[in-house]
Design a protein around this ligand. Sequence first.
Ligand code: B9F
Length: 125
Amino acid sequence: PAACDLQGLWRNELGSNMTLLALDMDGTFSGSYHTAVAATDKQILVSPLQGALQPPGTKGQQPTFGFTVQWQFADSTTVFVGQCFVDRRGKEVLETAWLLREGVPSRRDVWKATRVGTSVFTRVK
Ligand code: B9F
């Protein structure tokens, strides 16, 4: 199969949408993230992301990547790491894991500051 292309519009199992822009020369990229869920009363805002893609090796064309989302409506940051897989029909999926760090008022609250999960993105466009 052809190499995975990160650029485009992706959606995960929660209904969150993200747009990844074209890669820079060095494999870094930017984009935007529109989360479908937030567990807060604050209004959800589309938030910027910055990432880096590992160049695909000579054999595998299913590269790993990471990106950081800087939430615009909370003192919180989510990082995603993942790998882009392409099946024989050319369908791409991003298999990811994430860590969400919530801003807490003091070190006493650090124990509850991190959430973890996995997420699968499929291409919308
Ligand atoms: O809901 C998060 C938040 C941080 C502090 C107040 C609200 C920000 C959005 C996170 C979205 C996550 C999910 N969306 C998605 O597509 S990122 C991983 C999941 N995948 C209250 C305190 C900490 C969380 C909620 Fe908050």
